[in-house]
Design a protein around this ligand. Structure first.
Ligand code: NAD
Length: 487
């Protein structure tokens, strides 16, 4: 197989990498492609190209910078089915999930098209007599995104459209596990006739990432991935003086109160825990039931889990695909075993599902009586496993949520407004769902992880992205009245 190409300085370029990795369809084990592990020199070429493109790109009026983004939106829509099939083929999620992911990517393009409004500064006349002061936003220069495997299309779009619209130039480093989606999307980007170097694609893994972190020209880095890597990237890039935002891992709790609509709660909780095979940073991983909710929720979620159809996401009736690699499957199976050894009971055990010989399949799994201090309760599983815990009051449930080192999302299921208000007020997580199972902020809101789920201050998407990709400049001006008398 010929290794995939990089896209540098406006053209597809063969990598000089001596190492490459196989890209494998997680549902069939079919070999799809070979991805080069691009060396530092190729990051350097991309950074130089982006730097050379920056002065002209930043001078283009914002209204003109967004024109290619409008075209990109339509190209993405026209090619939605084709890209969705690629996402499913390389990541394993179902076609419906892939389409949904791509729609989320497109929403970010649409939002970034509002940059002529969003990037505006502020102005105050007469801060002192005859003196005016204003704040303007200017782009930083070259910025880069380092993406995880679980949303091959959407996650680079939390950053890239805003970076470009604000006048920066850009480098995308996709996950080496799912590089094909960005190849498709860059084929569309190539049709936009952007000036060379404005946007670049460099494939690779750790060595490529380190070259991005250390490159003196790259001013800002957006990372999404696991928390240990997020922490590493945050520290190393910050030590180089870069602006950094790193979204990390998660272990998301949902709380079910006795007054919740159990049918709706079960449907939504099952989608949250088992959708995308649990490989979502907003997947429900623990359900904390309060009082009388315990028995009915355990019964109904076990029924829903057992009924979910697992298989190749390209098939119409399949509701859940495989996990990304055989190593991920083995790890998740081992974590289920750990939970059982810690005293949990399997209401549904999805290990080694029948009739799926190839691929990295695990069926939905529900473990009752998860031990709050056990390893399973503390570890991000990133697979289709929901642990159940029982408490007696909403206070106990919120205390459990707040003890967690993670803070990506917390959800409450209830029909009580007062309980909902208490929860959203007190829960220590940055994305809150009330009768919602995947509280994913729309493109015009920040994706607000907290605690170990986020390193930095400005998040991806919306107004935070605009702030992240611009630096403020404050001008204080005096134009004495007398000078105008000359005219
Ligand atoms: P990962 O951390 O293994 O990899 C993410 C990126 O970092 C990849 O591009 C990879 O090449 C690079 N990388 C990996 N190890 C590295 C190292 N040691 N040094 C330098 N670079 C390295 O994450 P993943 O397995 O691809 O994605 C799953 C993780 O991402 C989960 O923990 C999930 O919760 C998290 N995630 C978080 C969010 C969020 O918004 N908080 C969204 C999606 C995924």
């Amino acid at each position: 197989m010929t290794p995939l190409k990089n896209y540098i300085d406006g053209q597809w370029t063969a990598s000089s990498a001596t190492d490459s990795l196989l890209v494998v369809n997680p549902a069939t084990a079919e070999r799809l492609a070979q991805v080069p592990l691009s060396p530092a020199e190729e990051v350097n070429q991309a950074a130089q190209a982006a730097q050379a493109a920056f002065p002209d790109w930043r001078c283009l009026p914002p209204t003109q910078r967004v024109q290619p983004l409008f075209r990109l939106k339509f190209l993405l829509e026209e090619n939605l089915e084709d890209i969705a099939r690629t996402i499913t083929t390389e990541s394993g999620k179902t076609l419906a999930e892939s389409r949904g992911e791509l729609r989320r990517a497109i929403e970010n393009v649409e939002t970034a098209c509002g940059i002529p409004m969003m990037m505006q500064g502020t102005y105050l006349e007469d801060v002192a007599r005859g003196i005016d002061e204003f704040m303007i936003r200017q782009p930083l220069g070259v910025a880069a995104a380092i993406a995880p495997f679980n949303f091959p299309a959407m996650i680079p779009f939390w950053f890239m459209p805003y970076a470009l619209a604000c006048g920066n130039t850009y480098i995308v480093k996709p996950s080496e596990k799912v590089p094909l989606t960005m190849q498709k999307i860059f084929n569309l980007i190539d049709q936009l006739n952007l000036p060379k170097g404005v946007i670049n694609l460099v494939n690779g893994s750790r060595e490529t990432v380190d070259a991005i972190l250390d490159h003196p020209t790259i001013r800002a880095i957006s990372f999404v991935g696991s928390s240990p890597v997020a922490r590493y990237i945050y520290s190393r890039a910050a030590a180089e003086g870069k602006r950094v935002q790193c979204q990390g891992g998660a272990k998301n709790p949902i709380i079910v109160l006795p007054d919740a609509d159990m049918e709706m709660t079960t449907r939504i909780a099952a989608d949250s825990a088992f959708g995308c095979a649990g490989q979502r940073c907003l997947a429900a991983s623990v359900a904390v039931t309060v009082g009388a909710a315990g028995k009915s929720f355990a019964d109904s979620i076990a029924t829903a889990a057992a009924a979910r159809k697992v298989g190749n996401g390209l098939e119409d009736d399949v509701q859940m695909g495989p996990v990304i690699t055989p190593q991920s499957r083995d790890r998740v199976e081992q974590l289920i075993q750990t939970g059982l050894e810690e005293g949990a009971t399997a209401l549904v055990d999805g290990r080694q599902p029948q009739g799926l010989p190839a691929g990295n399949f695990i069926g939905p799994t529900v473990l009752q009586d998860l031990k709050p201090d056990g390893e399973l309760a503390q570890t991000e599983i990133f697979g289709p496993v929901l642990g159940l815990m029982q408490v007696e009051t909403i206070e106990d449930a919120i205390a459990l949520v707040n003890r967690s080192p993670w803070g990506n999302m917390a959800c409450l299921f209830t029909s009580s407004g007062a309980a909902a208000r208490k929860f959203r007020y007190e829960a220590e997580a940055g994305n809150i769902g009330i009768n919602i199972g995947v509280a994913a902020p729309m493109a015009f809101f920040p994706f607000s992880g907290w605690k170990e789920s986020f390193f930095g201050d400005l998040h991806g998407q919306g107004s935070h992205a605009v702030e992240f990709f611009t630096q403020t400049k404050v001008v204080v001006e005096r134009w004495p009245k007398e000078w105008s008398r000359q005219f």
